[in-house]
Structures are given as C-alpha cells and as structure tokens.
Design a binder for this molecule. Structure first.
Ligand SMILES: Nc1ncnc2c1ncn2[C@@H]1O[C@H](COP(=O)(O)OP(=O)(O)OP(=O)(O)O)[C@@H](O)[C@H]1O
Length: 647
C-alpha cells in the first residue's frame, strides 16, 4: 500500500507500514520547522484564507477569459476608451483648476479604434494560453502526486502543497551522511493505538460530512504511573487512501482479543462528593465511545442494588464489569461478581471452600474518598488511567479473602479491619451528613478518645513454601492427608486484648498510607497480611498510626505483630466497650441520623471500606488470584516507580 505524505503541526510525516510483518509499525519522520518554513501553513484558518485567495484568483481569470471571448464586444472597448477620455478630461478645465498633465486627448478615429481592439484581443489570447498551460501542468502534477484521487479533484493550492511535501519526503534518504539534519524518527506500535477516526473539517454546528483531512489515531501513552490518551493526526486528502488505511487499521485494532467490546457499568451517585455520575459522563464515557466499547450503565439506587443486578443479569454478552465509585461500591460489585461465578459454576453459595474464579474481569474507576483498591491496582488514583487500563485490556490477577462463620460464606473481600478500623468506619457512617474529610477526621478523633481494646483469640496458619492449600490442590490424596496434618501443627494461636486486627490480601495503598496499609503483601502472591495491634497506651497507638503516612516502618513497635498467612480464625471473647460508648455518646445528639446498632454477638468490621456487621467467630481464608482486575500487569508494576516504594 502506498504511504500517504502527511503533515501535522508544521511537521511532515511519511507513513509506512509492513503488512507482511506480524507487528505493524508506523514511522513518523520530521525535521526542524526552519527546514520547511512554508509547510507550517496547515492550520484551518490559513487553509481557509488560501483557498479564498485562490478562488478570487480563479474568478479573475474566469472574468478575463470571459472578456477575451467577447473580444469584439464594442461595449468593453468603449468602456476602455471612456476611461481614457475621462483621464484626459481631468487635465483640462478653467484657470482656477490645476492644470492637467499627461498626453493630450487624441481624437478617436476608426483606425485607432481598430488598433485598440486588435491589441486587446492579442493580450487576451496570450493570457488564455498562459492559463491553459498552467492548468495542464497542474493536471499532470495531480496525476503523479501520491494523493491523486479519482473521486475528489484537488485544488491548485492543495496540489502544489502535496507535490512540495512529496518531493521533500522523497529527498529524505538522499541527505548526505554526516550532515546534522536534525531528523528524528519516531516509531509507534499499533498495540498502543486504541481508536482510529476519520478527520474532517467541519463548520460550527455541522454534524456530518465536511472536508476530508485524513485520519486520527488515538494512542495510550504512559506518563510516569499515569496513562493518557493522545491524538496523532495523519493528514491525507485522498478519500481512497484514507478508506484503505481506515479499514486496515480497524482490522488490526479488532484483532486485539483482550480488549473489551462491551461492558456492564455500575455508577454509585452517592460516592464521596456525589461526582461519580458527572465523572463517568464527562471523562469516561467519551473514552469508551472512542474505543468503540458498548457500555450498559446502571446508576445504583441503594446499597445492594449492584449486587442484586449481578445475581440475575445476563453476563455472557459482556467482556467486563466496571464500577465507578469508592471502595464500598467496589467491594459490593466484586462480591457480587464472585457470587455469580459460583452460581454459574453450580456451586452452593452458602458454603464455599474452594471458590471458582470470577468469569469477568472487574474495572475500578476511582470516585470515592480513599479508593484503596484502585490505588493498589493502578499504582495511582486517577480515573483516566483506570479507564485506559480497561480500554487497553490490561489485566491483573488479584487474591481475594473469604469471610465465613460456622461454614457459611459471609463475604468475599480484599481486606478487613476489626477493632479501631471497624469502630472508626461505624462512626463515620453515622455522620454521613458531614463533608467526607471532616467525617473521617471526626470519627478517628472520637474513636481514639474512646479507645478500648477487644478481647480476642486469634489463630493463624502462616504461608508455607510451595503456596497455599488451594495452590497445591492438584497433589495426590496421600500428600494431601500428610500436608493437612502438617498444617494442623503449623497453626499458631495468640490471645489477649487487641486494639486493631487487619487482614489484607492486597497492599491497600492510599493517600494516608502511600507505602500501603499492608506493604508486605502483593496483589497476587497467594497470601494475606495479618497485622495485629495489642493493647497499648493511646499515645503509642497514635505513634503507630502516624507511621503509616511516613517512610518509617509502622510495624517496628513491640505491640505490633505482622504475619504472612493463608488462614485466620478469630474469636471475640467479649465486647470491648469502645463501640457501645461511641454509640451511646452519639445516639442522643445525632438522633436525626439512623443509628447503627449492632445485633447481639456481632461486631463492626471495615470490609473494603464498607461497614459490615459480622459474628464473633470468623474464618478468613485467602483465595489466590480469584478475580481479574483491569490494571497494571506484573511487568508494568516492576517498571513503575510506585512499585519500588510501596510493594
Ligand atoms: N444510590 C445509593 N444510595 C446510597 N448508597 C448507595 C447507593 N449506591 C451504592 N450505595 C452504597 O454506598 C456505599 C458507599 O459507597 P462508596 O464506597 O462508593 O463511596 P464512599 O464511601 O464515598 O467512598 P470510599 O469507600 O472510598 O470512602 C456502598 O456500600 C454502596 O453499596
């Protein structure tokens, strides 16, 4: 296929492609503007101006042609003579008027009239011949420039510009060696491109049609940990060439199998500052549309709405589920997706020992107040980066924990906090009427003021070399029995008063803890971080909390223990008075809000930022890589600066 010569922002571009190769490459070459000073004039206003000038010139020529056709027209000749007479008359007049200069008026004889007529006819013929010669030359040029089109005739100025660019592009390899030509070559791999559109010049308000200008490719570019979309213009005025290139590029883009074509989107309108709907409409939906992704959007109406839809809706027509909201919404949708996976696989969702993977990947567009899951999986809290990961089909397998009690599955989640973490969220939820940051600060201060430990028995199974029970499930039954008895011996138990117990399957990065709440775990390493904080003075506990936001190790305190575990059993032996005090203090003063009252024998847990009431005895297990999230792949994480400091 011929490569069209293009120019963009004063720089010339020659595109070449290698269809025979597996990986198509587009090559863009350009030089200093000073080398091609005239080629800058491609902005719209300039083009319009030049076209107008050209049209005016053509009109003049047409008039001239017209005149020359009517060369024997007496009127035209008389007009000319009248003009001459007027000129001469001005020089005459009385004494007061200035004397006129110039040739004296000659009497218009018949012979003189004849001479005028002949001269004019000769001049017109010469001009006509000149114009015909020029038009013939331009017509020949149109046939040899690469953008010559059978359907669309290039104007004179467009033909000349294209010819100039073509000559310029052809002369590139002949640049003498050793001369600093200031040329630079830029390669763009088509796997970076996610959309191609036909570029047209349209007037204000014009919706369809317009003058064809070329093609625009949309690339996904990385700027540090952020991903962005970037438009790349390829100018070409040939409809035939653009059509061929458009079809070819579309074919290549459709060949990327990992990229989603249809998504089920849930938007929580109440998240954080209630901006999720606007964020989706203004920033995310246009990107999905550009990438030709069909999105079925549901704006959730209540807590649990997304979960109930996910239980019943048809999922096989989608390539992914996307949630626009905070961690609570993500937790709800992730849980719903995993439950649906068990239902589709014919598993009993009440008691699941070895769950199957979720059938669809989950995309997280951060619109909450902390966005721990989005930060952990994208390395940054940025909605456009999240959308670009979805569009480009970047996946990351992620470990998930299950919370169950007495053999009954309660919840799938990425993390859970009990004690201080649970009480703080319970208090913050009761003050939802406050602005988000105030609400959080108020809840932390109030819970710290009423800090009371919980009396617990905590047992855990540390991660062994060779992976968890689930990763080894392919082994023989004899090996299984042997390993089961080994595991029984490996269980460790601690008991006493605890201020906080955190169990996290992902690093839980957020602005308050840039290294992560659990920096020692990874997204897919098949283990959970168990962080237990024993009873201590309030000041020591505050010191430990403050360390989360600094580079110092938040775990280097005698009262803090961390373990890498695969299973945890927690039994709360008595209710600490912290929760009751907190509730009692506020029930009266905040009676306008719905009070959160925990049923007998249940305790507040912060499960992925969602407040849950869980029983006193729990079994928490990690399930390696149970869900795929749209996000950075492990290779990208290795390159990311976030990785170095946080994971
Ligand atoms: N229309 C709705 N009205 C009320 N609650 C809703 C609605 N839609 C979803 N929810 C629930 O709101 C809860 C909190 O939402 P979300 O986590 O998105 O926001 P957030 O709490 O502001 O963010 P973060 O968790 O990052 O602090 C979720 O548990 C979700 O189920």
């Amino acid at each position: 296929m011929k490569g069209p010569v293009t120019h963009t922002e004063g720089r010339e571009t020659l595109i070449t492609t290698h269809p025979a190769r597996k990986r198509s490459i587009m090559t863009k070459s350009y030089t200093e503007e000073s080398m091609m000073p005239e080629s800058k004039s491609t902005d719209w206003t300039n083009e319009c101006l030049n076209s107008q000038e050209e049209r005016a010139m053509e009109n003049e020529n047409a008039e001239l042609d017209e005149m020359s056709k009517d060369g024997d027209d007496e009127d035209a000749l008389n007009r000319l003579e009248d003009d001459e007479e007027d000129e001469d008359e001005e020089e005459e007049g009385d004494d007061q008027k200035p004397k006129r200069r110039g040739p004296k008026k000659k009497k218009m004889t018949k012979a003189r009239l004849q001479r005028f007529k002949q001269r004019r006819m000769k001049a017109n013929t010469r001009e006509r011949n000149r114009m015909h010669g020029l038009n013939d030359a331009l017509e020949s040029l149109r046939k040899v420039v690469p953008c010559y089109s059978k359907t669309q005739k290039l104007s004179k100025i467009e033909t000349l510009r294209l010819a100039k660019n073509y000559i310029w592009a052809l002369s590139e390899p002949e640049t003498p060696a050793g001369v600093d030509t200031q040329w630079r070559e830029e390669c763009m791999e088509l796997r970076e491109v996610f959309a191609v559109k036909v570029k047209r010049r349209r007037s204000i308000g014009q919706q369809t049609g317009g003058t064809l200008l070329g093609l625009t490719l949309f690339r996904c570019v990385r700027k540090g940990p952020k991903l962005k979309d970037h438009a790349f213009h390829l100018n070409n005025l040939s409809a035939d060439h653009c059509e061929v290139w458009f079809k070819h590029l579309k074919e290549i883009l459709n060949g990327f199998q990992d990229r989603p074509k249809a998504l089920r989107v849930f938007v929580n309108p109440t998240s954080h500052r209630k901006e999720a709907c606007q964020l989706y409409r203004d920033d995310i939906a246009p990107l999905f549309k550009l990438a030709d992704i069909k999105a079925d959007v549901t704006v959730t109406e209540r807590k649990g709405h997304a979960l109930s839809i996910l239980r019943e809706c048809k999922l096989n027509e989608y390539d992914g589920v996307v949630v626009v909201g905070g961690d609570g919404s993500v937790a709800e949708v992730a849980h719903g997706l995993l439950l649906r996976g068990q239902l589709d696989a014919g598993r009993d969702t009440d008691s699941i020992f070895t769950p199957v993977q979720a059938t669809l990947p989950l995309g997280v567009i951060p619109a909450g107040s902390t966005d721990i899951v989005a930060c952990s999986v994208h390395g940054i809290r940025d909605p456009i980066t999240a959308a670009m990961h979805i569009i480009m089909g970047h996946f990351q397998a992620v470990d998930v924990c299950s919370f169950s009690s007495q053999g009954r599955l309660l919840r799938f989640a990425f993390s859970g906090m009990f004690g201080f973490g649970g009480h703080t969220l319970a208090l913050a939820e009761r003050h939802r009427w406050m602005p988000p940051s105030q609400r959080r600060e108020f809840a932390v201060i109030k819970t710290l003021a009423n800090l009371k430990p919980e009396d617990c028995e905590l047992s855990f199974l540390p991660v062994k070399q060779g992976g968890t029970r689930e990763t080894r499930r392919g082994e023989s039954a004899r090996n299984d029995r042997a390993s089961a008895s080994e595991e029984d011996e490996a269980w460790q138990t601690v008991e006493g008063l605890f201020l906080n117990i955190s169990i996290m399957a992902i690093p839980c990065l957020c602005s308050m803890a840039p290294r992560g709440l659990a920096p020692n775990t990874r997204l897919d390493n098949g283990s959970m971080a168990l962080i237990s904080v024993r009873n201590t003075s309030r000041s020591e506990f505050i010191k430990h909390l403050k360390r989360y936001s600094s580079v110092n190790n938040q775990f280097s305190f005698s009262f803090v223990e961390t373990h890498s575990v695969q299973e945890v059993k927690l039994r709360v032996r008595s209710r600490g008075s912290c929760a009751d005090d907190t509730l009692d203090d506020n029930v009266e003063s905040e009676s306008k809000n719905t009070p959160i009252i925990f049923s007998e024998g249940t305790y507040p847990w912060n499960i992925d930022g969602d407040l849950l009431e869980l029983p006193s005895e729990l079994l928490i297990r990690v399930h390696p890589q149970l869900v795929k999230l749209f996000g950075v792949t492990m290779e990208e994480t290795e390159e990311s600066p976030i990785k170095c400091s946080c994971i």
